[in-house]
Design a protein around this ligand. Structure first.
Ligand SMILES: Cc1cc2nc3c(=O)[nH]c(=O)nc-3n(C[C@H](O)[C@H](O)[C@H](O)COP(=O)(O)OP(=O)(O)OC[C@H]3O[C@@H](n4cnc5c(N)ncnc54)[C@H](O)[C@@H]3O)c2cc1C
Ligand SMILES: *[C@@H]1O[C@H](CO)[C@@H](O)[C@H](O)[C@H]1NC(C)=O
Ligand SMILES: *[C@@H]1O[C@H](CO)[C@@H](O)[C@H](O)[C@H]1NC(C)=O
Ligand SMILES: *[C@@H]1O[C@H](CO)[C@@H](O)[C@H](O)[C@H]1NC(C)=O
Ligand SMILES: *[C@@H]1O[C@H](CO)[C@@H](O)[C@H](O)[C@H]1NC(C)=O
Ligand SMILES: *[C@@H]1O[C@H](CO)[C@@H](O)[C@H](O)[C@H]1NC(C)=O
Ligand SMILES: *[C@@H]1O[C@H](CO)[C@@H](O)[C@H](O)[C@H]1NC(C)=O
Ligand SMILES: *[C@@H]1O[C@H](CO)[C@@H](O)[C@H](O)[C@H]1NC(C)=O
Length: 490
């Protein structure tokens, strides 16, 4: 079953203890007491939305052995729940709710997590140009009718492309046949379909995930503002939250259920992947315990963002390198802040002055920016989201957020309270590089076809946001489609 060349390669990889070959049990390494070797059918890198889901399904529904390698100290990726120790109440800074497609609410019930429809609270909205800190005096947001009309037009346009964009782009036609609409910068697409009344909502919902939103190719805008999202906003699709209002509950339950099959605070530091179909071997380092685990697995399922840093230990072939290097990213950082100058029940939405009086296509700030300060109901805490290009750091995010606040104080939009002090950051978490995109030129060279062709090569399969619509439950649907192919390749 496993080609001889692979066995040779493994033997050459000195730290693989040869005495353990063929056993399925966890054992200590023969030479180094700090090293453990484990054997699994599938090793999964990344335990966020896609990796956690894949682990559960592979183990429980396909009866395979798995291990999840997650660099954070918990599963869940972008959820970012923070709990106020004094009251015990939790606040979700990242993922807010889930769209109920692909049997998603059943997946929650499977872990005993009761869900309910998500109801958004109404806040007192202030439109403020964060570049100056001044509240806009003559800005009118779209009326409900204009907003609905803009979203309906978007839905009608996007539905034409659903079979080639969702949940993955398996059916994207060859470069010369990609529909021209999908290659338009989004500002041109928005003008062509007169989406104007829907633009603030599109930006506010998912558009802020892209540093260059209005210039992004429409194909990539539809990766996050997809058909299911528009349908949800139009009331045509349900979305839900846990009754506990703590989104991390799902991933904590998954972690409990997977037990020792999850390695947290862990990253792959070296890897060997075969040229053909043999086993993958990984060297995994745990930064909390300072221990190393060797993993031998029949297949690798890579779910983290396919960035240079994340892929570095995997020794990419020139093909793989060329393909993944064509992606560029945005960076998003979420946080929870408080300050006595921030009133209750309000939101401050970053809206450039040029959007006045109702130039909605200009209601998108230039990056890097803080999108908004948004109060969590019945609390003094505010959610913030800062966005920049792929080089944007967490310290730059903190400065952008603090500076947008300072400007509102200086402009008198917020009252000064003495003694002066900075925002308190209760949580500030980078989502790292998100919104994988590329240029029309690169798409024109057959990029998507090259990307798809990497699936299964070198015993490596891929899921995660770069491969699908950037929303959790769409990503689960994409993963549902991928797993049977992975399993068939075992
Ligand atoms: C601000 C914000 C709000 C959002 N709100 C929603 C929402 O309300 N509903 C919704 O459906 N979607 C929402 N999304 C989108 C959703 O979060 C993403 O689509 C989803 O998390 C992507 O899943 P993923 O598995 O690809 O990545 P992630 O969930 O980010 O998971 C990747 C995991 O891999 C880990 N990792 C990274 N690098 C390595 C490495 N080298 N080794 C090991 N592990 C690694 C990370 O720590 C992480 O746990 C939101 C996104 C953002 C940015
Ligand atoms: C390949 O991996 C499987 C599962 O981890 C293991 O049982 C088998 O012994 C491995 N084969 C080789 C040649 O290492
Ligand atoms: C939905 O999910 C539940 C539990 O995860 C499963 O029992 C059921 O068969 C699924 N239904 C469909 C239609 O896939
Ligand atoms: C919050 O503000 C909104 C919009 O102004 C208002 O409808 C709502 O009643 C306010 N809620 C509270 C609790 O003050
Ligand atoms: C574009 O949409 C806006 C808002 O829905 C509407 O007022 C306007 O008449 C539309 N323009 C055209 C050319 O259809
Ligand atoms: C981690 O382990 C290595 C090798 O055993 C040792 O050299 C190093 O000092 C340890 N580091 C920490 C932080 O414990
Ligand atoms: C906030 O408080 C009001 C009044 O007590 C209550 O009706 C509402 O459900 C609360 N909202 C949240 C999100 O706790
Ligand atoms: C606020 O933070 C800035 C850096 O962002 C720092 O220079 C300044 O001293 C801080 N001010 C106070 C009052 O803490």
């Amino acid at each position: 079953m496993i080609p001889n060349t692979i066995t040779v390669a493994c033997l050459l990889w000195l730290w693989v203890p040869s005495t353990l070959a063929g056993t399925e049990q966890d054992k200590r390494g023969a030479s180094d007491p700090q090293v453990t070797t484990i054997y699994r059918d599938v090793a999964i890198v990344g335990g966020g939305a896609a990796g956690s889901y894949a682990a559960v399904r592979l183990r429980e529904d396909f009866g395979l052995s798995v291990v999840v390698i997650e660099k954070d100290d918990k599963l869940g990726g972008h959820v970012n729940t923070w709990t106020d120790r004094t009251t015990g109440r939790s606040f979700d800074a990242g993922v807010q709710n889930w769209i109920d497609i692909n049997n998603a609410s059943s997946f929650f019930r499977r872990f005993g997590i009761a869900v309910q429809p998500n109801v958004r609270s109404v806040l007192d909205q202030h439109f403020v140009d964060f570049a100056t800190g001044s509240e806009l005096t003559s800005y009118t947001p779209p009326s409900a009718a204009d907003r609905t009309e803009g979203l309906r037009r978007y839905l009608a346009a996007a539905e034409q492309f659903i079979s080639i964009l969702e949940p993955g782009w398996w059916n994207l036609p060859e470069p010369s046949k990609i529909p021209a609409d999908l290659l338009l910068p989004f500002h041109d697409f928005a003008a062509k379909y007169n989406l104007t009344g829907g633009l603030p909502q599109i930006f506010f919902t998912t558009g802020f995930g892209k540093h260059n939103f209005m210039d992004s190719l429409t194909l990539f805008v539809m990766r996050s503002f997809d058909v299911s999202m528009v349908r949800t906003l139009l009331g045509l699709e349900a979305n839900f939250v846990p009754v506990s209002r703590r989104n991390q509950d799902l991933y904590d339950a998954i972690r409990n259920s997977l037990g020792p099959d999850v390695l947290t605070s862990s990253t792959v530091i070296d890897a060997h992947r075969p040229d053909g179909n043999g086993n993958v071997t990984l060297k995994v380092y745990n930064q909390d315990t300072n221990t190393t685990t060797h993993i031998t697995a029949k297949k690798l399922l890579f779910t983290a963002a396919p960035t240079k840093n994340n892929l570095q230990p995997f020794h990419l072939s020139p093909d793989e390198k060329d393909t993944f290097n064509s992606f560029y990213y945005s960076t998003s950082v979420v946080g929870i802040v408080s300050h006595p100058s921030l009133p209750l029940n309000a939101s401050f939405i970053n809206t450039p002055a040029a959007a006045q009086p109702s130039n909605w296509a200009a209601a998108v700030p230039s990056y890097p920016y803080n999108t908004r300060f948004e109060n969590y109901p019945n609390s003094s805490y505010y959610r913030v989201i800062a966005v920049g290009d792929q080089t944007f750091t967490i310290n730059q995010a903190r400065d952008v957020i603090q500076s947008s606040f300072d400007k509102m104080l200086a402009a008198g939009t917020l009252p000064r309270i003495t003694p002066a002090r900075n925002l308190t950051f209760h949580l500030l978490k980078s989502h790292g590089q998100v919104s994988a995109s590329t240029s029309a030129e690169v798409l024109g060279t057959g990029f998507i076809q090259r990307l798809n062709a990497l699936q299964g090569k070198r015993s490596t399969w891929y899921t995660g946001a770069a491969w699908s619509v950037h929303l959790t439950t769409s990503l689960w649907g994409f993963t549902d489609g991928l797993l049977p192919r992975l399993v068939a390749s075992l």
